[in-house]
Design a protein around this ligand. Structure first.
Ligand code: FPP
Length: 236
């Protein structure tokens, strides 16, 4: 969700107004994902590095997140969208954690549509947490380090029950990944757009998905081998 601040500055508005418009856009994109048959949509909403921002901006972001959760709880439920959260989200303000816990519990029965929020997320922190979780499981006799493979490691990532993303979109013209799902996106297709998040609406989203659908993914195979298989879009 990058470019909220720059979008606001270009309109002569305060940065926080950009974040507010960014939140409005989340609802549009969640709907667009469903229209495009994207079963998992993961939004990088707050990184571990974002704590370095000015205190007032962090407070405004947390208030926006709280407002979003209060407004969207019912909408997610009505549209049968499951909410999951990736990251050290339990370190967020208590009122936000409580709303997240409630919404996660209320929507956990849904399987078809999934909104995943990366909150207080960073890939390196995820690796550290997975490492600790794996070590504890090994000490408890639940994992055997001699038999460690990718599936065993993946069981300890925040994303343990979420498929790897097929497609990663970065808005606002930056061409870097910034610690987002680094391991999970090993085979993902990337899409960099100059459009800032508040303007990355359903039409831009559809254009991006269209670009994904025109690509050929190979996973180390030949083009001919791949054409014999289907590569449906399941996660963005
Ligand atoms: C990037 O814009 C956006 C963020 C760092 C925060 C986005 C999070 C929220 C708006 C909180 C609510 C979240 C949800 C999911 C409802 P930027 O400030 O880095 O923009 P810039 O690079 O143009 O300055």
């Amino acid at each position: 969700m990058d470019g909220n601040g720059r979008w606001a500055q270009r309109q002569g508005l305060p940065r926080n107004e950009g974040h507010r418009r960014g939140v409005d856009n989340v609802e549009r994109v969640v709907k667009a994902a469903r229209d495009q048959q994207v079963r998992h949509l993961t939004l990088y909403a707050f990184s571990v590095e974002n704590w370095k921002r000015p205190k007032l901006e962090i407070e405004a972001l947390m208030r926006l997140l709280e407002g979003f959760l209060k407004d969207q709880r019912k909408v997610l439920h009505e549209n049968q969208i499951r909410l999951r959260v990736l990251g050290r989200w339990r370190d967020l303000p208590k009122r936000v954690v409580k709303l997240l816990e409630q919404t996660i519990a209320e929507t956990e029965q849904y399987t078809d549509w999934n909104l995943n929020l990366a909150l207080n997320y960073g890939s390196r922190t995820e690796v550290v947490d997975a490492f600790q979780s794996y070590a504890r499981a090994a000490l408890a006799g639940e994992e055997d380090p001699e038999k460690a493979d990718w599936a065993a490691v993946a069981r300890h990532l925040y994303s343990r029950d979420i498929p790897d993303p097929d497609f990663v979109i970065r808005t606002s013209g930056e061409c870097r990944i910034s610690n987002f799902l680094l391991l999970q996106s090993a085979y993902a297709e990337y899409y960099f757009t100059p459009v800032c998040w508040p303007e990355f609406d359903e039409n831009r989203f559809a254009e991006a998905v269209d670009s994904y659908r025109r690509r050929e993914r190979r996973y180390g195979l030949t083009g001919e081998q791949i054409r014999e298989q289907e590569a449906p879009l399941s996660g963005v």
